[in-house]
Design a protein around this ligand. Structure first.
Ligand code: NAD
Length: 294
Protein backbone atom coordinates (compact mmCIF):
# COMPACT_ATOMS: atom_id res chain seq x y z
CA UNK A 1 0.00 0.00 0.00
CA UNK A 2 1.21 3.50 -0.76
CA UNK A 3 1.92 6.21 1.79
CA UNK A 4 -1.43 7.92 1.16
CA UNK A 5 -3.38 4.71 1.86
CA UNK A 6 -1.30 4.10 5.01
CA UNK A 7 -2.08 7.59 6.21
CA UNK A 8 -5.81 7.10 5.53
CA UNK A 9 -5.85 3.81 7.50
CA UNK A 10 -4.00 5.37 10.43
CA UNK A 11 -6.33 8.37 10.35
CA UNK A 12 -9.48 6.23 10.51
CA UNK A 13 -8.04 3.95 13.16
CA UNK A 14 -7.38 7.04 15.25
CA UNK A 15 -10.92 8.36 14.65
CA UNK A 16 -12.41 4.98 15.60
CA UNK A 17 -10.33 4.88 18.76
CA UNK A 18 -11.58 8.36 19.65
CA UNK A 19 -15.17 7.22 19.15
CA UNK A 20 -14.63 4.16 21.35
CA UNK A 21 -13.24 6.42 24.07
CA UNK A 22 -16.45 8.49 24.17
CA UNK A 23 -17.94 7.38 27.47
CA UNK A 24 -21.42 5.86 27.38
CA UNK A 25 -24.16 7.68 29.37
CA UNK A 26 -23.93 6.84 33.05
CA UNK A 27 -26.57 4.40 34.34
CA UNK A 28 -29.31 6.09 36.36
CA UNK A 29 -28.10 4.43 39.54
CA UNK A 30 -24.99 6.63 39.38
CA UNK A 31 -26.72 9.81 38.25
CA UNK A 32 -27.73 13.00 40.01
CA UNK A 33 -30.99 14.62 38.93
CA UNK A 34 -32.49 18.02 39.67
CA UNK A 35 -36.26 18.20 39.23
CA UNK A 36 -37.91 21.63 39.25
CA UNK A 37 -41.44 21.66 40.63
CA UNK A 38 -40.48 18.35 42.25
CA UNK A 39 -42.78 18.85 45.23
CA UNK A 40 -46.06 18.03 43.45
CA UNK A 41 -47.74 16.13 40.63
CA UNK A 42 -45.57 15.11 37.68
CA UNK A 43 -42.37 16.45 39.28
CA UNK A 44 -43.04 14.46 42.46
CA UNK A 45 -43.75 11.26 40.51
CA UNK A 46 -40.56 11.84 38.49
CA UNK A 47 -38.46 12.37 41.61
CA UNK A 48 -39.92 9.18 43.13
CA UNK A 49 -39.21 7.16 39.96
CA UNK A 50 -35.64 8.45 39.64
CA UNK A 51 -34.90 7.59 43.26
CA UNK A 52 -36.48 4.15 42.78
CA UNK A 53 -34.07 3.64 39.87
CA UNK A 54 -31.13 4.51 42.11
CA UNK A 55 -30.52 8.17 41.21
CA UNK A 56 -29.91 10.95 43.73
CA UNK A 57 -32.42 13.78 43.41
CA UNK A 58 -32.57 17.47 44.21
CA UNK A 59 -36.21 18.45 44.73
CA UNK A 60 -36.21 22.06 43.53
CA UNK A 61 -39.47 23.86 44.19
CA UNK A 62 -40.64 27.30 45.28
CA UNK A 63 -42.74 25.54 47.94
CA UNK A 64 -39.90 25.03 50.40
CA UNK A 65 -41.91 23.09 53.00
CA UNK A 66 -43.30 20.57 50.54
CA UNK A 67 -39.90 20.19 48.84
CA UNK A 68 -38.34 19.38 52.22
CA UNK A 69 -41.10 16.89 53.05
CA UNK A 70 -40.68 15.19 49.66
CA UNK A 71 -36.88 14.99 50.04
CA UNK A 72 -37.39 13.36 53.46
CA UNK A 73 -39.92 10.90 51.99
CA UNK A 74 -37.52 9.98 49.19
CA UNK A 75 -34.63 9.47 51.57
CA UNK A 76 -36.62 7.46 54.15
CA UNK A 77 -34.88 4.18 54.86
CA UNK A 78 -31.47 5.43 53.78
CA UNK A 79 -28.69 5.64 56.35
CA UNK A 80 -28.72 9.39 55.74
CA UNK A 81 -31.75 10.79 53.87
CA UNK A 82 -29.52 13.51 52.41
CA UNK A 83 -27.46 10.84 50.61
CA UNK A 84 -30.50 10.19 48.41
CA UNK A 85 -32.46 13.42 48.13
CA UNK A 86 -32.16 17.05 49.17
CA UNK A 87 -34.56 19.96 48.85
CA UNK A 88 -33.71 23.27 47.19
CA UNK A 89 -36.11 26.15 47.79
CA UNK A 90 -36.00 27.88 44.45
CA UNK A 91 -38.25 30.09 42.37
CA UNK A 92 -37.19 29.28 38.80
CA UNK A 93 -37.81 32.88 37.71
CA UNK A 94 -34.97 34.02 39.99
CA UNK A 95 -31.69 33.66 38.13
CA UNK A 96 -29.48 33.82 41.24
CA UNK A 97 -31.64 31.27 43.07
CA UNK A 98 -31.46 28.90 40.09
CA UNK A 99 -27.65 29.16 39.98
CA UNK A 100 -27.59 28.55 43.74
CA UNK A 101 -29.76 25.42 43.36
CA UNK A 102 -27.34 23.97 40.81
CA UNK A 103 -24.43 24.82 43.12
CA UNK A 104 -26.29 23.15 46.00
CA UNK A 105 -26.75 20.01 43.89
CA UNK A 106 -23.03 19.90 43.11
CA UNK A 107 -22.20 20.41 46.76
CA UNK A 108 -24.60 17.68 47.93
CA UNK A 109 -23.81 15.04 45.29
CA UNK A 110 -20.60 16.11 43.53
CA UNK A 111 -22.24 17.08 40.24
CA UNK A 112 -25.40 16.95 38.15
CA UNK A 113 -26.22 14.64 35.23
CA UNK A 114 -29.88 15.21 34.53
CA UNK A 115 -32.19 18.20 34.88
CA UNK A 116 -35.98 18.09 34.51
CA UNK A 117 -37.65 21.41 33.66
CA UNK A 118 -41.03 20.65 35.15
CA UNK A 119 -42.06 23.67 37.28
CA UNK A 120 -45.17 25.24 35.90
CA UNK A 121 -48.61 26.64 36.49
CA UNK A 122 -51.60 27.06 34.28
CA UNK A 123 -54.03 29.87 33.63
CA UNK A 124 -56.93 29.03 31.35
CA UNK A 125 -58.73 32.15 30.07
CA UNK A 126 -60.16 33.43 26.81
CA UNK A 127 -57.95 35.94 24.99
CA UNK A 128 -60.12 38.92 25.92
CA UNK A 129 -59.91 38.09 29.64
CA UNK A 130 -56.17 37.33 29.66
CA UNK A 131 -54.36 40.07 31.56
CA UNK A 132 -50.79 41.32 31.17
CA UNK A 133 -50.03 39.66 34.50
CA UNK A 134 -51.43 36.30 33.28
CA UNK A 135 -49.19 36.44 30.21
CA UNK A 136 -46.15 37.49 32.25
CA UNK A 137 -46.38 34.80 34.91
CA UNK A 138 -46.90 32.00 32.39
CA UNK A 139 -43.86 33.12 30.41
CA UNK A 140 -41.75 33.96 33.47
CA UNK A 141 -42.16 30.54 35.07
CA UNK A 142 -42.19 28.27 32.04
CA UNK A 143 -40.30 30.03 29.20
CA UNK A 144 -37.83 32.15 31.18
CA UNK A 145 -37.65 29.75 34.15
CA UNK A 146 -36.70 26.75 32.04
CA UNK A 147 -34.21 28.88 30.08
CA UNK A 148 -32.53 29.90 33.37
CA UNK A 149 -32.48 26.32 34.64
CA UNK A 150 -31.14 24.92 31.35
CA UNK A 151 -28.43 27.56 31.16
CA UNK A 152 -27.29 26.92 34.73
CA UNK A 153 -27.42 23.16 34.09
CA UNK A 154 -25.49 23.47 30.82
CA UNK A 155 -22.70 25.35 32.58
CA UNK A 156 -22.25 22.41 34.95
CA UNK A 157 -22.75 19.68 32.32
CA UNK A 158 -20.31 21.22 29.84
CA UNK A 159 -17.68 21.72 32.56
CA UNK A 160 -18.07 18.10 33.73
CA UNK A 161 -17.56 16.91 30.09
CA UNK A 162 -19.55 13.74 30.80
CA UNK A 163 -22.63 14.47 28.67
CA UNK A 164 -26.03 14.64 30.33
CA UNK A 165 -29.75 15.11 29.85
CA UNK A 166 -32.08 18.07 29.98
CA UNK A 167 -35.78 17.18 29.89
CA UNK A 168 -38.64 19.62 29.41
CA UNK A 169 -42.09 18.73 30.67
CA UNK A 170 -43.81 20.74 27.95
CA UNK A 171 -47.36 20.14 26.72
CA UNK A 172 -49.54 19.18 23.81
CA UNK A 173 -50.90 22.73 24.22
CA UNK A 174 -47.55 24.07 22.98
CA UNK A 175 -48.12 22.29 19.66
CA UNK A 176 -51.87 22.18 19.07
CA UNK A 177 -54.43 24.96 19.45
CA UNK A 178 -57.36 24.92 21.82
CA UNK A 179 -59.65 27.50 23.40
CA UNK A 180 -58.80 29.63 26.46
CA UNK A 181 -55.13 28.83 26.32
CA UNK A 182 -53.22 31.72 24.78
CA UNK A 183 -50.81 32.53 27.64
CA UNK A 184 -50.17 28.91 28.72
CA UNK A 185 -50.01 27.51 25.17
CA UNK A 186 -47.62 30.21 23.95
CA UNK A 187 -45.29 29.68 26.92
CA UNK A 188 -45.34 25.91 26.25
CA UNK A 189 -44.55 26.56 22.57
CA UNK A 190 -41.53 28.56 23.73
CA UNK A 191 -40.38 25.57 25.77
CA UNK A 192 -40.89 23.27 22.79
CA UNK A 193 -38.54 25.33 20.66
CA UNK A 194 -36.00 25.61 23.49
CA UNK A 195 -35.78 21.81 23.29
CA UNK A 196 -34.78 21.92 19.62
CA UNK A 197 -32.48 24.95 19.97
CA UNK A 198 -30.60 23.53 22.94
CA UNK A 199 -30.42 20.06 21.40
CA UNK A 200 -28.67 21.69 18.42
CA UNK A 201 -26.33 23.73 20.56
CA UNK A 202 -25.40 21.18 23.21
CA UNK A 203 -25.29 18.00 21.11
CA UNK A 204 -21.52 18.31 20.58
CA UNK A 205 -21.12 17.99 24.35
CA UNK A 206 -23.21 14.79 24.32
CA UNK A 207 -25.92 16.67 26.21
CA UNK A 208 -29.30 15.45 25.01
CA UNK A 209 -32.33 17.71 25.27
CA UNK A 210 -35.79 16.19 24.94
CA UNK A 211 -39.35 17.15 25.75
CA UNK A 212 -42.35 15.27 27.05
CA UNK A 213 -45.86 16.41 26.17
CA UNK A 214 -48.31 15.15 28.79
CA UNK A 215 -52.02 15.73 28.52
CA UNK A 216 -54.94 15.36 30.88
CA UNK A 217 -53.02 14.46 34.05
CA UNK A 218 -55.77 15.37 36.48
CA UNK A 219 -55.24 13.17 39.54
CA UNK A 220 -52.29 14.26 41.66
CA UNK A 221 -51.77 17.48 39.73
CA UNK A 222 -51.89 20.76 41.64
CA UNK A 223 -52.49 22.61 38.39
CA UNK A 224 -56.07 21.34 38.35
CA UNK A 225 -56.82 22.58 41.86
CA UNK A 226 -55.83 26.18 41.07
CA UNK A 227 -58.95 26.96 39.06
CA UNK A 228 -57.69 25.30 35.88
CA UNK A 229 -59.80 22.22 36.53
CA UNK A 230 -63.00 24.25 36.91
CA UNK A 231 -62.16 26.25 33.79
CA UNK A 232 -61.42 23.14 31.70
CA UNK A 233 -64.56 21.44 33.01
CA UNK A 234 -66.60 24.48 31.91
CA UNK A 235 -64.98 24.41 28.44
CA UNK A 236 -65.90 20.73 28.02
CA UNK A 237 -69.31 21.06 29.69
CA UNK A 238 -68.67 18.45 32.41
CA UNK A 239 -68.54 18.53 36.22
CA UNK A 240 -65.06 19.16 37.61
CA UNK A 241 -65.20 15.88 39.54
CA UNK A 242 -65.78 14.04 36.25
CA UNK A 243 -62.84 15.63 34.46
CA UNK A 244 -60.51 12.63 34.98
CA UNK A 245 -62.93 10.12 33.50
CA UNK A 246 -63.91 12.61 30.77
CA UNK A 247 -60.27 12.94 29.75
CA UNK A 248 -59.84 9.15 29.85
CA UNK A 249 -62.84 8.54 27.60
CA UNK A 250 -61.64 10.97 24.91
CA UNK A 251 -58.21 9.22 24.63
CA UNK A 252 -57.47 6.48 22.10
CA UNK A 253 -56.51 4.13 24.95
CA UNK A 254 -59.58 5.07 27.04
CA UNK A 255 -57.25 5.37 29.99
CA UNK A 256 -56.48 8.14 32.42
CA UNK A 257 -52.95 9.54 32.26
CA UNK A 258 -51.32 9.68 35.70
CA UNK A 259 -48.17 11.49 36.85
CA UNK A 260 -46.43 8.08 37.01
CA UNK A 261 -46.90 7.63 33.25
CA UNK A 262 -45.05 10.89 32.60
CA UNK A 263 -42.32 9.85 35.04
CA UNK A 264 -41.97 6.61 33.06
CA UNK A 265 -41.20 8.66 29.94
CA UNK A 266 -38.50 10.57 31.83
CA UNK A 267 -37.03 7.20 32.78
CA UNK A 268 -37.28 5.93 29.19
CA UNK A 269 -35.38 8.96 27.93
CA UNK A 270 -32.71 8.98 30.61
CA UNK A 271 -32.51 5.44 31.95
CA UNK A 272 -29.70 4.25 29.69
CA UNK A 273 -30.82 2.60 26.46
CA UNK A 274 -32.26 5.53 24.50
CA UNK A 275 -28.84 7.05 23.90
CA UNK A 276 -29.30 8.51 20.42
CA UNK A 277 -32.46 10.57 20.84
CA UNK A 278 -32.29 14.35 21.14
CA UNK A 279 -34.49 17.30 20.17
CA UNK A 280 -37.59 15.10 20.34
CA UNK A 281 -40.96 15.50 22.07
CA UNK A 282 -42.68 12.37 23.34
CA UNK A 283 -46.44 12.63 23.90
CA UNK A 284 -47.73 10.97 27.08
CA UNK A 285 -51.41 11.49 26.49
CA UNK A 286 -52.91 8.05 25.78
CA UNK A 287 -53.18 9.04 22.12
CA UNK A 288 -54.91 12.42 22.27
CA UNK A 289 -52.37 14.27 20.09
CA UNK A 290 -52.07 11.43 17.56
CA UNK A 291 -55.74 11.68 16.77
CA UNK A 292 -56.00 15.50 17.04
CA UNK A 293 -58.48 15.16 19.89
CA UNK A 294 -59.07 18.07 22.23
P1 NAD B 1 -48.43 20.77 39.91
O1 NAD B 1 -49.12 22.06 40.18
O2 NAD B 1 -48.90 19.55 40.61
O3 NAD B 1 -46.87 20.93 40.13
C1 NAD B 1 -46.18 22.08 39.74
C2 NAD B 1 -45.05 22.33 40.74
O4 NAD B 1 -44.29 23.44 40.23
C3 NAD B 1 -45.54 22.74 42.13
O5 NAD B 1 -44.88 21.98 43.13
C4 NAD B 1 -45.20 24.22 42.23
O6 NAD B 1 -44.89 24.64 43.56
C5 NAD B 1 -43.98 24.29 41.33
N1 NAD B 1 -43.74 25.64 40.83
C6 NAD B 1 -44.65 26.47 40.25
N2 NAD B 1 -44.05 27.64 39.97
C7 NAD B 1 -42.76 27.53 40.36
C8 NAD B 1 -41.66 28.41 40.33
N3 NAD B 1 -41.77 29.67 39.86
N4 NAD B 1 -40.46 27.98 40.80
C9 NAD B 1 -40.34 26.73 41.29
N5 NAD B 1 -41.37 25.86 41.38
C10 NAD B 1 -42.55 26.26 40.91
O7 NAD B 1 -48.58 20.58 38.31
P2 NAD B 1 -48.32 19.32 37.34
O8 NAD B 1 -49.60 18.96 36.71
O9 NAD B 1 -47.52 18.28 38.00
O10 NAD B 1 -47.46 20.05 36.21
C11 NAD B 1 -46.06 19.90 36.08
C12 NAD B 1 -45.65 20.37 34.69
O11 NAD B 1 -46.31 19.57 33.72
C13 NAD B 1 -46.02 21.81 34.36
O12 NAD B 1 -44.98 22.43 33.64
C14 NAD B 1 -47.24 21.67 33.51
O13 NAD B 1 -47.45 22.76 32.64
C15 NAD B 1 -46.91 20.40 32.76
N6 NAD B 1 -48.10 19.74 32.20
C16 NAD B 1 -49.06 19.23 32.99
C17 NAD B 1 -50.16 18.63 32.41
C18 NAD B 1 -51.25 18.03 33.23
O14 NAD B 1 -52.17 17.49 32.61
N7 NAD B 1 -51.21 18.09 34.54
C19 NAD B 1 -50.29 18.57 31.02
C20 NAD B 1 -49.28 19.11 30.24
C21 NAD B 1 -48.18 19.68 30.84
Amino acid sequence: IDEGEKFRIEYWELEEAKLRRRPKPKPLATRVALVTGGASGIGLATARRLVAEGACVVVADRDADRARAVAEELGAGAYRAADVAVAAAVDVTDSAAVDAALAEACLAFGGVDLVVNNAGLSISKPLLETTDADWDIQHDVMARGSFLVSRAAARVLVAQAMGGDIIYIASKNGVFAGPNNVAYGAAKADQAHQVRLLAAELGGHRIRVNGINPDGVVRGSGIFSGGWGAQRAAVYGVEESELGSFYAQRTLLKQEVLPEHVAAAVFALTGGDLTHTTGLHIPVDAGVAAAFLR
